[in-house]
Design a protein around this ligand. Structure first.
Ligand code: SF4
Ligand code: SF4
Length: 442
Protein backbone atom coordinates (compact mmCIF):
# COMPACT_ATOMS: atom_id res chain seq x y z
CA UNK A 1 0.00 0.00 0.00
CA UNK A 2 1.08 3.57 -0.72
CA UNK A 3 -1.29 5.66 1.41
CA UNK A 4 -0.96 9.42 1.03
CA UNK A 5 -0.24 11.23 4.29
CA UNK A 6 -2.54 14.15 5.14
CA UNK A 7 -2.15 16.13 8.36
CA UNK A 8 -5.65 17.18 9.34
CA UNK A 9 -7.03 17.82 12.78
CA UNK A 10 -7.59 14.14 13.57
CA UNK A 11 -4.05 13.28 12.48
CA UNK A 12 -2.70 15.98 14.80
CA UNK A 13 -4.68 14.60 17.75
CA UNK A 14 -3.61 11.07 16.95
CA UNK A 15 0.02 12.22 16.70
CA UNK A 16 -0.22 13.95 20.09
CA UNK A 17 -1.67 10.80 21.68
CA UNK A 18 0.99 8.66 20.02
CA UNK A 19 3.82 10.82 21.47
CA UNK A 20 2.43 10.33 25.00
CA UNK A 21 1.93 6.63 24.26
CA UNK A 22 5.46 6.15 22.92
CA UNK A 23 7.01 8.05 25.83
CA UNK A 24 5.05 5.83 28.18
CA UNK A 25 5.92 2.63 26.30
CA UNK A 26 9.67 3.24 26.26
CA UNK A 27 9.90 4.53 29.84
CA UNK A 28 7.40 2.00 31.30
CA UNK A 29 9.90 -0.74 32.26
CA UNK A 30 11.96 1.77 34.25
CA UNK A 31 9.08 3.34 36.20
CA UNK A 32 8.77 2.03 39.77
CA UNK A 33 5.78 2.20 42.11
CA UNK A 34 6.74 1.36 45.70
CA UNK A 35 9.91 -0.31 44.40
CA UNK A 36 7.94 -2.50 41.96
CA UNK A 37 7.81 -2.08 38.18
CA UNK A 38 4.80 -0.38 36.64
CA UNK A 39 4.19 -3.46 34.46
CA UNK A 40 5.93 -6.82 34.41
CA UNK A 41 4.56 -9.91 32.69
CA UNK A 42 7.10 -12.63 33.47
CA UNK A 43 5.44 -15.76 32.11
CA UNK A 44 8.55 -17.90 32.68
CA UNK A 45 8.61 -17.33 36.43
CA UNK A 46 4.83 -16.81 36.57
CA UNK A 47 5.46 -13.47 38.22
CA UNK A 48 3.32 -10.49 37.25
CA UNK A 49 3.31 -6.86 38.38
CA UNK A 50 0.58 -4.48 37.32
CA UNK A 51 0.65 -0.87 38.55
CA UNK A 52 3.16 -1.87 41.25
CA UNK A 53 0.91 -4.70 42.52
CA UNK A 54 2.65 -8.10 42.56
CA UNK A 55 0.73 -11.18 41.41
CA UNK A 56 1.82 -14.78 41.80
CA UNK A 57 0.31 -18.01 40.45
CA UNK A 58 -1.91 -18.10 43.58
CA UNK A 59 -3.68 -15.02 42.21
CA UNK A 60 -4.85 -16.86 39.13
CA UNK A 61 -8.48 -16.08 39.96
CA UNK A 62 -7.65 -12.36 39.71
CA UNK A 63 -6.19 -12.95 36.26
CA UNK A 64 -9.29 -14.85 35.23
CA UNK A 65 -11.46 -12.05 36.60
CA UNK A 66 -9.33 -9.42 34.85
CA UNK A 67 -9.56 -11.37 31.58
CA UNK A 68 -13.32 -11.56 31.92
CA UNK A 69 -13.56 -7.84 32.68
CA UNK A 70 -11.32 -7.08 29.68
CA UNK A 71 -13.47 -9.25 27.40
CA UNK A 72 -16.72 -7.62 28.53
CA UNK A 73 -15.15 -4.16 28.24
CA UNK A 74 -13.98 -4.90 24.69
CA UNK A 75 -17.43 -6.16 23.69
CA UNK A 76 -19.30 -3.22 25.23
CA UNK A 77 -16.78 -0.68 23.99
CA UNK A 78 -16.98 -2.07 20.46
CA UNK A 79 -20.79 -2.08 20.50
CA UNK A 80 -20.73 1.61 21.44
CA UNK A 81 -17.65 2.94 19.63
CA UNK A 82 -16.67 0.39 16.99
CA UNK A 83 -12.93 0.15 16.30
CA UNK A 84 -12.04 3.39 18.05
CA UNK A 85 -9.30 1.45 19.88
CA UNK A 86 -7.68 0.35 16.58
CA UNK A 87 -7.36 3.86 15.20
CA UNK A 88 -6.22 5.65 18.32
CA UNK A 89 -4.39 3.39 20.77
CA UNK A 90 -3.63 0.01 19.22
CA UNK A 91 0.18 -0.47 19.39
CA UNK A 92 0.20 -1.86 15.84
CA UNK A 93 -1.45 1.29 14.42
CA UNK A 94 0.65 3.63 16.53
CA UNK A 95 3.96 2.06 15.54
CA UNK A 96 2.95 1.52 11.93
CA UNK A 97 1.34 4.89 11.20
CA UNK A 98 3.12 7.17 13.64
CA UNK A 99 6.63 5.73 13.61
CA UNK A 100 7.50 3.50 10.65
CA UNK A 101 5.29 5.26 8.09
CA UNK A 102 6.72 8.64 9.12
CA UNK A 103 10.29 7.34 8.83
CA UNK A 104 9.47 5.91 5.41
CA UNK A 105 8.03 9.23 4.24
CA UNK A 106 11.03 11.10 5.66
CA UNK A 107 13.61 8.90 3.85
CA UNK A 108 11.81 7.87 0.68
CA UNK A 109 9.40 10.76 0.14
CA UNK A 110 5.63 10.75 -0.18
CA UNK A 111 3.49 7.89 -1.45
CA UNK A 112 3.55 8.98 -5.12
CA UNK A 113 7.38 9.23 -5.17
CA UNK A 114 7.71 5.86 -3.45
CA UNK A 115 5.34 4.17 -5.85
CA UNK A 116 7.15 5.59 -8.88
CA UNK A 117 10.59 4.69 -7.53
CA UNK A 118 9.50 1.15 -6.57
CA UNK A 119 8.18 0.57 -10.08
CA UNK A 120 11.41 1.90 -11.65
CA UNK A 121 14.89 0.35 -12.04
CA UNK A 122 17.43 -0.03 -9.23
CA UNK A 123 19.35 3.25 -9.32
CA UNK A 124 22.01 4.35 -6.83
CA UNK A 125 19.49 6.69 -5.22
CA UNK A 126 16.96 3.89 -4.85
CA UNK A 127 19.55 1.54 -3.28
CA UNK A 128 20.77 4.20 -0.82
CA UNK A 129 17.23 5.14 0.24
CA UNK A 130 16.10 1.53 0.61
CA UNK A 131 19.19 0.55 2.61
CA UNK A 132 18.86 3.63 4.84
CA UNK A 133 15.16 2.98 5.46
CA UNK A 134 15.65 -0.66 6.34
CA UNK A 135 18.61 0.12 8.60
CA UNK A 136 16.48 2.62 10.53
CA UNK A 137 13.65 0.07 10.62
CA UNK A 138 16.03 -2.52 12.12
CA UNK A 139 17.27 -0.05 14.75
CA UNK A 140 13.69 0.88 15.67
CA UNK A 141 12.68 -2.80 15.80
CA UNK A 142 15.70 -3.48 18.03
CA UNK A 143 14.63 -0.71 20.43
CA UNK A 144 11.05 -1.97 20.51
CA UNK A 145 12.28 -5.56 21.03
CA UNK A 146 14.46 -4.51 23.99
CA UNK A 147 11.61 -2.58 25.60
CA UNK A 148 9.16 -5.41 24.94
CA UNK A 149 11.54 -7.88 26.57
CA UNK A 150 11.99 -5.53 29.54
CA UNK A 151 8.23 -5.81 30.18
CA UNK A 152 8.65 -9.59 30.32
CA UNK A 153 11.88 -10.10 32.25
CA UNK A 154 12.26 -6.72 33.99
CA UNK A 155 14.59 -3.82 33.23
CA UNK A 156 17.31 -5.10 35.60
CA UNK A 157 17.55 -8.42 33.74
CA UNK A 158 17.55 -6.64 30.39
CA UNK A 159 20.41 -4.37 31.48
CA UNK A 160 22.39 -7.45 32.51
CA UNK A 161 21.83 -9.05 29.08
CA UNK A 162 22.95 -5.87 27.35
CA UNK A 163 25.98 -5.13 29.54
CA UNK A 164 27.34 -8.57 30.48
CA UNK A 165 29.10 -11.08 28.16
CA UNK A 166 26.77 -12.70 25.63
CA UNK A 167 27.80 -16.19 26.78
CA UNK A 168 26.15 -15.55 30.17
CA UNK A 169 22.77 -14.71 28.61
CA UNK A 170 22.49 -16.73 25.41
CA UNK A 171 18.70 -17.17 25.64
CA UNK A 172 18.11 -13.50 26.50
CA UNK A 173 20.41 -12.37 23.70
CA UNK A 174 18.68 -14.68 21.21
CA UNK A 175 15.26 -13.46 22.40
CA UNK A 176 16.18 -9.85 21.66
CA UNK A 177 17.12 -10.71 18.09
CA UNK A 178 14.10 -12.97 17.56
CA UNK A 179 11.80 -10.15 18.72
CA UNK A 180 13.75 -7.67 16.57
CA UNK A 181 13.25 -9.89 13.51
CA UNK A 182 9.53 -10.27 14.24
CA UNK A 183 8.97 -6.52 14.68
CA UNK A 184 11.05 -5.73 11.59
CA UNK A 185 9.03 -8.19 9.48
CA UNK A 186 5.73 -6.88 10.85
CA UNK A 187 6.52 -3.22 10.17
CA UNK A 188 8.46 -3.59 6.94
CA UNK A 189 6.60 -6.44 5.21
CA UNK A 190 3.35 -7.56 6.84
CA UNK A 191 2.16 -4.05 7.74
CA UNK A 192 -1.61 -3.45 7.31
CA UNK A 193 -2.21 -7.20 6.83
CA UNK A 194 -1.90 -7.48 10.61
CA UNK A 195 -5.12 -5.44 10.90
CA UNK A 196 -6.98 -6.82 7.91
CA UNK A 197 -6.03 -10.52 8.00
CA UNK A 198 -4.35 -11.51 11.24
CA UNK A 199 -6.01 -9.58 14.07
CA UNK A 200 -9.31 -11.26 15.11
CA UNK A 201 -10.72 -8.03 16.56
CA UNK A 202 -11.73 -6.72 13.11
CA UNK A 203 -13.84 -9.82 12.52
CA UNK A 204 -15.38 -9.49 15.95
CA UNK A 205 -16.43 -5.97 15.07
CA UNK A 206 -18.74 -7.10 12.26
CA UNK A 207 -20.94 -9.07 14.66
CA UNK A 208 -20.93 -6.44 17.40
CA UNK A 209 -21.76 -3.15 15.72
CA UNK A 210 -25.31 -2.08 14.98
CA UNK A 211 -27.19 1.01 13.80
CA UNK A 212 -26.27 2.88 17.01
CA UNK A 213 -22.52 2.23 16.92
CA UNK A 214 -20.25 5.21 16.25
CA UNK A 215 -17.81 4.37 13.45
CA UNK A 216 -15.91 6.23 10.78
CA UNK A 217 -18.57 6.40 8.06
CA UNK A 218 -19.41 8.17 4.82
CA UNK A 219 -22.65 10.19 4.95
CA UNK A 220 -24.10 8.85 1.71
CA UNK A 221 -27.39 10.71 2.25
CA UNK A 222 -25.42 13.92 1.89
CA UNK A 223 -22.74 12.70 -0.52
CA UNK A 224 -24.78 10.86 -3.16
CA UNK A 225 -25.24 11.01 -6.04
CA UNK A 226 -21.55 11.70 -6.29
CA UNK A 227 -19.97 13.38 -9.28
CA UNK A 228 -17.15 15.64 -10.44
CA UNK A 229 -17.57 19.38 -10.04
CA UNK A 230 -18.72 20.94 -13.28
CA UNK A 231 -18.66 24.61 -14.21
CA UNK A 232 -21.94 24.57 -16.08
CA UNK A 233 -23.78 21.91 -14.11
CA UNK A 234 -27.34 21.11 -15.05
CA UNK A 235 -29.52 22.72 -12.31
CA UNK A 236 -32.03 19.87 -12.69
CA UNK A 237 -29.37 17.28 -12.09
CA UNK A 238 -28.46 18.13 -8.49
CA UNK A 239 -25.46 16.20 -7.19
CA UNK A 240 -24.45 15.27 -3.67
CA UNK A 241 -21.43 16.72 -1.89
CA UNK A 242 -18.99 13.96 -2.87
CA UNK A 243 -16.94 15.19 -5.83
CA UNK A 244 -15.59 11.70 -6.43
CA UNK A 245 -11.99 12.87 -6.06
CA UNK A 246 -10.92 9.45 -4.71
CA UNK A 247 -8.64 10.98 -2.08
CA UNK A 248 -10.36 9.07 0.72
CA UNK A 249 -9.16 5.86 -0.98
CA UNK A 250 -5.67 7.26 -1.64
CA UNK A 251 -5.05 8.01 2.05
CA UNK A 252 -6.52 4.78 3.38
CA UNK A 253 -3.76 2.56 4.85
CA UNK A 254 -5.85 -0.55 4.12
CA UNK A 255 -6.85 0.63 0.65
CA UNK A 256 -10.62 0.51 1.05
CA UNK A 257 -13.34 2.83 -0.24
CA UNK A 258 -15.29 3.96 2.82
CA UNK A 259 -18.09 5.09 0.50
CA UNK A 260 -19.04 1.42 0.06
CA UNK A 261 -20.13 1.32 3.69
CA UNK A 262 -18.60 0.04 6.93
CA UNK A 263 -16.07 -2.69 6.22
CA UNK A 264 -14.09 -5.00 8.47
CA UNK A 265 -10.84 -3.74 6.92
CA UNK A 266 -11.48 -0.21 8.23
CA UNK A 267 -9.26 0.42 11.26
CA UNK A 268 -10.96 3.76 12.00
CA UNK A 269 -7.70 5.62 11.48
CA UNK A 270 -9.59 8.83 10.51
CA UNK A 271 -7.26 9.59 7.54
CA UNK A 272 -10.26 9.69 5.19
CA UNK A 273 -12.05 12.16 7.50
CA UNK A 274 -9.09 14.53 7.40
CA UNK A 275 -8.64 14.44 3.65
CA UNK A 276 -12.34 14.75 2.88
CA UNK A 277 -12.60 17.74 5.26
CA UNK A 278 -9.77 19.30 3.24
CA UNK A 279 -11.75 18.75 0.04
CA UNK A 280 -14.96 20.12 1.58
CA UNK A 281 -13.05 23.22 2.69
CA UNK A 282 -11.81 23.78 -0.85
CA UNK A 283 -15.27 23.48 -2.43
CA UNK A 284 -16.89 25.53 0.38
CA UNK A 285 -19.11 22.76 1.67
CA UNK A 286 -19.59 21.80 5.34
CA UNK A 287 -17.00 19.39 6.74
CA UNK A 288 -17.70 15.86 7.98
CA UNK A 289 -18.97 14.25 4.80
CA UNK A 290 -16.93 11.43 6.27
CA UNK A 291 -16.95 11.46 10.07
CA UNK A 292 -17.89 9.60 13.20
CA UNK A 293 -21.45 8.53 12.54
CA UNK A 294 -23.85 5.83 13.56
CA UNK A 295 -26.20 4.39 10.95
CA UNK A 296 -29.08 6.18 12.70
CA UNK A 297 -27.27 9.51 12.68
CA UNK A 298 -27.07 9.29 8.89
CA UNK A 299 -30.48 7.74 8.16
CA UNK A 300 -32.86 9.27 10.73
CA UNK A 301 -30.76 12.26 11.82
CA UNK A 302 -30.34 10.93 15.37
CA UNK A 303 -28.38 13.55 17.32
CA UNK A 304 -24.68 12.77 17.95
CA UNK A 305 -24.59 12.47 21.70
CA UNK A 306 -23.40 10.32 24.52
CA UNK A 307 -26.58 8.25 24.32
CA UNK A 308 -28.30 6.49 27.20
CA UNK A 309 -27.09 3.21 25.74
CA UNK A 310 -23.47 4.38 25.73
CA UNK A 311 -23.86 5.76 29.26
CA UNK A 312 -25.20 2.37 30.40
CA UNK A 313 -22.25 0.55 28.81
CA UNK A 314 -19.80 3.05 30.29
CA UNK A 315 -21.42 2.56 33.72
CA UNK A 316 -21.15 -1.25 33.47
CA UNK A 317 -17.49 -0.98 32.40
CA UNK A 318 -16.76 1.43 35.27
CA UNK A 319 -18.43 -0.88 37.81
CA UNK A 320 -16.56 -3.95 36.55
CA UNK A 321 -13.20 -2.17 36.63
CA UNK A 322 -13.98 -0.82 40.13
CA UNK A 323 -14.80 -4.34 41.40
CA UNK A 324 -11.57 -5.66 39.90
CA UNK A 325 -9.56 -2.81 41.47
CA UNK A 326 -11.21 -3.51 44.83
CA UNK A 327 -10.12 -7.16 44.71
CA UNK A 328 -6.62 -6.20 43.60
CA UNK A 329 -5.96 -3.46 46.12
CA UNK A 330 -7.67 -5.16 49.09
CA UNK A 331 -5.86 -8.47 48.78
CA UNK A 332 -3.15 -9.40 51.26
CA UNK A 333 0.46 -9.76 50.14
CA UNK A 334 0.82 -12.73 52.54
CA UNK A 335 -1.68 -15.56 52.62
CA UNK A 336 -2.03 -18.12 55.42
CA UNK A 337 -4.36 -21.12 55.55
CA UNK A 338 -4.62 -23.15 58.77
CA UNK A 339 -6.11 -26.62 59.29
CA UNK A 340 -6.41 -28.61 62.47
CA UNK A 341 -4.60 -31.98 62.36
CA UNK A 342 -6.91 -34.55 60.76
CA UNK A 343 -8.24 -37.31 63.07
CA UNK A 344 -6.72 -35.73 66.18
CA UNK A 345 -8.72 -34.54 69.12
CA UNK A 346 -6.74 -32.91 71.89
CA UNK A 347 -3.73 -33.69 74.05
CA UNK A 348 -3.29 -33.01 77.74
CA UNK A 349 -0.04 -31.17 78.35
CA UNK A 350 1.97 -30.53 81.54
CA UNK A 351 1.10 -27.36 83.46
CA UNK A 352 -2.65 -27.68 82.99
CA UNK A 353 -2.69 -27.01 79.25
CA UNK A 354 -4.73 -28.67 76.50
CA UNK A 355 -3.24 -28.73 73.02
CA UNK A 356 -4.36 -29.25 69.39
CA UNK A 357 -2.04 -29.79 66.41
CA UNK A 358 -2.39 -27.52 63.36
CA UNK A 359 -0.89 -27.44 59.87
CA UNK A 360 -0.40 -24.09 58.15
CA UNK A 361 0.57 -23.04 54.65
CA UNK A 362 1.90 -19.53 54.15
CA UNK A 363 2.38 -17.90 50.74
CA UNK A 364 4.63 -14.87 50.25
CA UNK A 365 3.26 -12.74 47.39
CA UNK A 366 5.78 -9.94 47.92
CA UNK A 367 8.91 -9.46 45.87
CA UNK A 368 11.33 -10.17 48.74
CA UNK A 369 12.00 -12.91 51.29
CA UNK A 370 10.01 -12.61 54.54
CA UNK A 371 10.68 -13.91 58.04
CA UNK A 372 7.36 -14.86 59.57
CA UNK A 373 5.95 -15.88 62.95
CA UNK A 374 2.56 -17.21 63.97
CA UNK A 375 1.05 -16.14 67.28
CA UNK A 376 -2.35 -15.86 68.93
CA UNK A 377 -4.16 -12.65 69.83
CA UNK A 378 -4.86 -14.14 73.29
CA UNK A 379 -1.75 -13.87 75.53
CA UNK A 380 -2.86 -16.93 77.57
CA UNK A 381 -2.56 -19.09 74.43
CA UNK A 382 0.85 -20.53 73.56
CA UNK A 383 2.20 -21.71 70.20
CA UNK A 384 4.82 -24.47 70.13
CA UNK A 385 6.31 -25.23 66.75
CA UNK A 386 6.89 -28.78 65.58
CA UNK A 387 7.97 -27.40 62.20
CA UNK A 388 8.65 -23.64 62.27
CA UNK A 389 7.79 -21.59 59.14
CA UNK A 390 11.01 -19.49 59.28
CA UNK A 391 11.83 -17.54 56.12
CA UNK A 392 9.81 -17.63 52.91
CA UNK A 393 11.52 -16.77 49.65
CA UNK A 394 9.86 -14.18 47.37
CA UNK A 395 6.83 -15.73 45.76
CA UNK A 396 7.44 -18.88 47.78
CA UNK A 397 5.36 -21.04 50.09
CA UNK A 398 6.24 -22.75 53.39
CA UNK A 399 4.46 -25.26 55.55
CA UNK A 400 4.41 -25.16 59.33
CA UNK A 401 3.17 -27.53 62.03
CA UNK A 402 2.55 -26.43 65.60
CA UNK A 403 0.69 -27.03 68.84
CA UNK A 404 -1.77 -24.47 70.13
CA UNK A 405 -1.88 -24.71 73.93
CA UNK A 406 -4.76 -23.28 75.95
CA UNK A 407 -5.03 -23.43 79.75
CA UNK A 408 -7.64 -26.10 80.55
CA UNK A 409 -9.39 -23.63 82.87
CA UNK A 410 -10.16 -21.36 79.81
CA UNK A 411 -12.03 -24.08 77.92
CA UNK A 412 -15.78 -24.04 78.50
CA UNK A 413 -17.18 -25.55 75.28
CA UNK A 414 -16.20 -28.57 73.10
CA UNK A 415 -15.11 -26.12 70.38
CA UNK A 416 -13.36 -22.88 71.17
CA UNK A 417 -12.70 -20.15 68.60
CA UNK A 418 -9.01 -19.33 68.25
CA UNK A 419 -7.54 -16.40 66.30
CA UNK A 420 -4.06 -17.00 64.86
CA UNK A 421 -2.00 -14.06 63.69
CA UNK A 422 0.63 -13.98 60.97
CA UNK A 423 3.46 -11.47 61.54
CA UNK A 424 6.40 -10.37 59.40
CA UNK A 425 8.65 -8.65 61.94
CA UNK A 426 6.26 -6.51 63.99
CA UNK A 427 3.79 -6.12 61.16
CA UNK A 428 0.49 -8.00 61.46
CA UNK A 429 -0.28 -9.41 58.02
CA UNK A 430 -3.30 -11.62 58.55
CA UNK A 431 -5.58 -13.01 61.24
CA UNK A 432 -7.07 -16.47 60.66
CA UNK A 433 -9.87 -17.98 62.74
CA UNK A 434 -9.95 -21.67 63.53
CA UNK A 435 -11.52 -23.96 66.11
CA UNK A 436 -9.87 -25.66 69.04
CA UNK A 437 -11.22 -28.96 70.36
CA UNK A 438 -11.01 -29.60 74.08
CA UNK A 439 -12.67 -31.29 77.03
CA UNK A 440 -15.56 -29.46 78.69
CA UNK A 441 -14.37 -27.93 81.90
CA UNK A 442 -17.06 -28.23 84.66
S1 SF4 B 1 -12.57 12.43 -0.22
FE1 SF4 B 1 -14.69 13.07 0.13
S2 SF4 B 1 -15.23 14.09 -1.75
FE2 SF4 B 1 -13.42 12.92 -2.23
S3 SF4 B 1 -14.19 10.96 -2.97
FE3 SF4 B 1 -13.89 10.72 -0.79
S4 SF4 B 1 -15.88 11.18 0.08
FE4 SF4 B 1 -15.91 11.99 -1.99
S1 SF4 C 1 -11.67 3.85 5.59
FE1 SF4 C 1 -10.91 5.72 6.52
S2 SF4 C 1 -10.84 5.29 8.71
FE2 SF4 C 1 -11.08 3.34 7.65
S3 SF4 C 1 -8.97 2.60 7.47
FE3 SF4 C 1 -9.46 3.68 5.57
S4 SF4 C 1 -8.76 5.77 5.92
FE4 SF4 C 1 -8.82 4.79 7.90
Amino acid sequence: MYPLLRKGIYYKWRSAISYVYLAFFFSGPFIRIGGQPLLLLNFWERHFVILGQVFWPEDIFLFMLASLVALVCIVLFTIAFGRLFCGWICPQTIFMEMVFRKVEEWIEGDANKRKKRDAGPWTNEKIVKKVAKHLVFIVLSFLIANTFLAYIIGSESLIKIVTEPVTLHLIGFASIWVFTAVFYLVYSQVRELVCTLICPYGRLQSVLIDQHTLVVAYNDVRGEPRGKLERNADPLNVKGDCVDCGLCISVCPTGIDIRKGTQIDCVNCTACIDVCDEVMDKIHKPKSLIGYYSENMIRIKEKPSFTLRMQAYAAVITIMISVLCYFIFSRSDMDMTVMRGVGMLYQEQPGGYISNIYNAEVINKTNKAQVITITSDDPSIQIKYIQAPGTIAKGGMVKAMFFVLIPASHIHTPKTDVHLQLFTGHQLKQTVSTTFVGPIND
